[in-house]
Ligand binder design. Structure first.
Ligand SMILES: [Fe+2]
Length: 444
């Protein structure tokens, strides 16, 4: 589903040939989604009428009657069709919010339905196969009245309801609790080339705020600011995607963002969402004005935005450098990042940190140059879905990104991928909470 959103959004970046291809993908995705939705409801209605014939007096019986389920299919297929046009030509943050909550409403209805059906029919299949494997004469058992009788269908249906409640509860929890369950992740990294004066340097990294998705939840980010300040960081790094697409999303956040404090500086970069590339603009000038509004927000929030440039920090006569590249992404997304330019003038600084939004950039360009001891990235959001237990973590993000969350290293070079603070596509985080990273560097 998130991929469909990305496809829709990438329409505006592609040339005419690619646009045709993307339109074809989009149309196929829309048809597939519609068929899936109608099919799920057809099978669901058939299953319910076979399990609960006594409770369905007419097609309008609420909530098991077929009318309500087909109404649901028609509603979602129609609204997705409308939303497709809305997002394609989206020219305000409101469209994104509508699409986000529509997606949530869809998932909260259709994922539990799918789980119920899969479990119910799998139960029947298992019983059928067991019956074939162990052919026994049927023995009719007399119920002595001590236990209530329950048909096989009703038994499987009730188990199906229990199984279906798991994604329902997870999604509800992810939307109303999980997306604001901020998690502080601490890491200590040793470096031989870190100047002694910087040993113990504390960096707080945050990423992917997507302010438009956060909407008016200022109190939640005020909590984040308190958590960050309590860490007493020397440096704060923000690794891109301040907004979903529009500069208006940054309005009203100044006082919250300015309360974030770090004595050695707050540094930021741009992510793929910070260029206004995800909607159609009436003119080039309008798009430029939007981009300038986003750049201005970094300044208003007290962040030094690094656009293919670097800063040098000094302490007791020793130096380290922080470089930041603009977004570097896989095609069809443009590659604004210029590593050469960002690294100019810091070749002689013994210890260099790089901020780059997309972690794939590390393998594609960064680590072969052997120039940056530590790279900080974001972008993946851990797909806002996953499992974590002690040192084990899993997410669908691992099939899209080679390095998708946490600390990685190759030789003496380290990459940290932050799971992001905000959310995009669906207003949910399940098992993949928003992250505040605290990295302490020490010299050995
Ligand atoms: Fe992002």
């Amino acid at each position: 589903m998130v991929n469909i959103t990305v496809l829709i959004m990438s329409l505006n970046l592609a040339g005419p040939y690619q646009q045709n291809r993307i339109m074809k993908y989009l149309f196929t995705a829309f048809i597939a989604l519609s068929i899936y939705t109608v099919l799920v409801d057809l099978v669901f209605v058939k299953t319910l009428s076979s399990v609960y014939p006594d409770k369905i007096r007419s097609r309008y019986s609420f909530p098991l009657g077929s009318f309500w389920h087909y109404l649901c299919s028609v509603f979602f297929v129609t609204t997705f069709f409308i939303a497709w046009f809305l997002v394609k030509d989206a020219n305000s943050p409101v469209n994104y919010l509508i699409f986000m909550w529509l997606l949530f409403a869809y998932l909260i209805v259709y994922i539990p339905k799918l789980f119920y059906l899969l479990f119910y029919w799998a139960g029947f299949l298992i019983q059928f196969l067991m019956g074939k494997m162990f052919k026994k004469k049927r023995v009719s058992k007399v119920n002595d009245g001590r236990y209530p009788r329950i048909s096989r269908k009703k038994f499987l249906s009730q188990l199906g309801i229990v199984v279906a409640s798991a994604p329902f509860v997870s999604l509800m929890f992810g939307a109303f609790k999980g997306r604001f369950a901020f998690d502080v992740k601490r890491t200590r990294i040793p470096f031989r080339n870190l100047p002694k004066s910087f040993s113990g340097l504390k960096i707080v990294q945050i990423s992917d705020m997507h302010l438009g998705s956060l909407n008016s939840n200022h109190d939640q980010i005020e909590r984040v600011v308190e958590m960050i300040n309590a860490e007493k960081p020397d440096i704060i790094c923000f690794t891109g995607d301040l907004v979903n697409n529009f500069h208006e999303e940054t309005i009203g956040w100044d006082s919250v963002m300015n309360r974030m404090k770090a004595p050695m500086g707050k540094f930021s970069i741009l992510g793929n969402h910070d260029y206004g590339d995800y909607s159609k603009w009436r003119s080039k000038e309008e798009k430029i004005a939007n981009f300038e509004g986003i750049l201005d927000a970094h300044d208003r929030f007290g962040f030094k935005l690094l656009k293919n440039e670097s800063v040098v920090l000094s302490k007791n006569g020793e130096k380290i450098a922080i470089a930041g590249v603009e977004n570097w992404g896989h095609p069809p997304f443009p590659q604004y990042g210029d590593l050469e330019k960002a690294g100019k003038g810091i070749e002689d600084i013994p210890f260099r940190i790089l901020l780059s939004h997309d972690p794939d950039h590390w393998d594609a360009e960064v680590r072969h140059k052997n120039m940056y001891s530590l790279t900080l990235a974001g972008h993946t959001h851990g797909m806002q879905l996953g499992l974590r237990y002690k040192n084990y973590q899993w997410s669908p993000a691992k099939y899209k990104f080679r390095r998708w969350a946490g600390l990685y290293h190759e030789g003496k070079q380290y990459l940290y991928v932050n799971r992001g603070l905000g959310y995009l596509g669906m207003p949910v985080r399940v098992g993949m909470p928003p992250e505040i990273t605290v990295i302490e560097l020490f010299s050995v």
